[in-house]
Design a protein around this ligand. Structure first.
Ligand code: FAD
Length: 361
């Protein structure tokens, strides 16, 4: 039976960043990825906030350059604002800098860094369950000292560790269209179905377009909502439409159990109000990988991971989850309540909303 110090399930941003830091610290690391190719197919809006915006949301974060120094060739387009559009097409413009990327190339870059640091990546290799320091996979058994679940919203690792899965994740789909879409991300609320929203995220001569919705308010199919959004804008998809679930209620109550940890979407480390999760997966991934290494080398507690990531991201994510609950309760029931709430909130409060800050004193 193969055996490693740290076994990581999932080669998304959370898994690859965790692998890089555990391997850099001298541990033997293996990443299992059930897909045959890292990052493909893309199931993401592909938007990354600027470092300044990330630091504004998470001011306790240190040494951010170590993880967010992304090469220029992975930045498709620098964007300068986010336009929030209500059901009557009234636009609120927010200054918010960021960039768009190609998520498949982005994830492959992070996985390459992990492999350069010494991690092994095993593709088309699915984790099933774990017990007594042995992981059972579709290619046999693997022994480990520490297990990291970076396996996305429906985490099997969380289940194996007896941790809570994300509750009420919402479905979202995305595709690419051709054209020039300026340098503002556009988010559309209402007009599709209650609780549904759409986005146009500009790239270089293309845009990432998509739709997500809360099954609590709308009971149609996601593909019918996506078609409606595409028709409304006269778009034809240049790629297949792919979807996934997005955690919507903030982090799960515990992210450490025994000698296992979960990270990224598996831990619900997603900004509830906008579905953004890439930077959070990378921030928590670094802490997770370093903690695994400290545990193996010096016997340090894995609880340090829980304490450290919550110190940086816990409060902002809790605020975002609370704001999402308010939005669900007051705004997303119908187009008229969405319109009314967006007008009451205005530009300043909506800026606070997307930046994980309180909207009322
Ligand atoms: C439609 C959509 C649009 C989004 N847009 C944005 C955006 O614009 N900006 C942003 O910041 N965030 C966005 N997000 C959220 C973002 O994609 C996630 O937060 C981010 O990918 C989390 O990274 P992760 O590494 O935790 O998980 P993932 O990227 O989901 O990676 C998990 C990996 O685990 C693998 N895996 C799962 N189960 C197993 C198993 N049993 N065995 C082996 N491997 C397994 C999967 O194949 C996958 O590769 C979006 C999400 C969706 C669905």
């Amino acid at each position: 039976m193969d055996s490693v110090d740290v076994l990581i399930v999932g080669s998304g941003p959370a898994g690859s960043v965790a692998a890089r830091f555990a391997a850099q610290a001298g541990c033997s690391v293996m990443i299992l990825e059930r897909r045959p190719k890292v990052g493909y197919p893309v199931r993401c809006g592909e938007f990354m906030p600027s470092d300044k915006e990330i630091m504004d949301m998470f001011p306790k974060l240190k040494d951010e350059q170590e993880i967010f120094d992304i090469p220029q060739e992975l930045r498709c387009l620098d964007t300068v604002g986010i336009d929030l559009i209500d059901p009557e097409d009234r636009v609120t413009v927010l200054d918010f800098k960021g960039y768009t990327t190609d998520r498949d190339r982005f994830d492959q870059y992070l996985a390459d860094l992990a492999c350069e640091a010494g991690a092994d990546l095993s593709l088309a290799h699915a984790f099933d369950r774990a017990k007594d320091n042995v992981a059972y996979t579709d290619k046999g058994e693997i022994g480990y000292k520490v297990l990291i679940g970076a396996d996305g919203p429906g985490s099997r690792v969380a289940q194996s560790l007896g941790l809570q899965k994300n509750r009420n994740p919402y479905p979202a789909v995305t595709a690419q269209v051709k054209g020039d879409f300026g340098n503002h991300t556009r988010m559309f609320f209402g007009g599709i179905a209650p609780g549904a929203y759409g986005w146009i995220i500009p790239k270089d001569g293309r845009a990432n377009v998509g739709v997500g919705f809360s099954p609590r308010f709308a009971n149609g199919s996601l593909s019918s909502y996506f078609d409606k959004f595409m028709d409304r804008h006269g778009f034809t998809a240049e790629t297949k439409v792919y979807g996934k679930y997005v955690p919507s209620e903030g982090p799960i109550p515990r992210t450490v159990s025994g000698n296992g940890m979960v990270v990224g979407d598996a831990a619900g480390q997603v900004i509830s109000v906008n579905g953004g999760g890439i930077p959070l997966a990378m921030i928590a991934g670094r802490i997770c990988g370093k903690t695994a290494a400290e545990n193996i080398k010096n016997g340090a507690s894995l609880e340090n991971y829980e304490t450290q990531w919550r110190d940086i991201m816990g409060k902002p994510l809790k605020t975002a989850a609370f704001n999402k609950k308010l939005a669900d309760f007051f705004a997303f029931r119908s187009d008229s309540t969405t319109k009314m709430c967006m007008r009451i909130l205005g530009q300043r409060r909506m800026g606070n909303l997307i930046r994980c800050k309180r909207i009322f004193p």
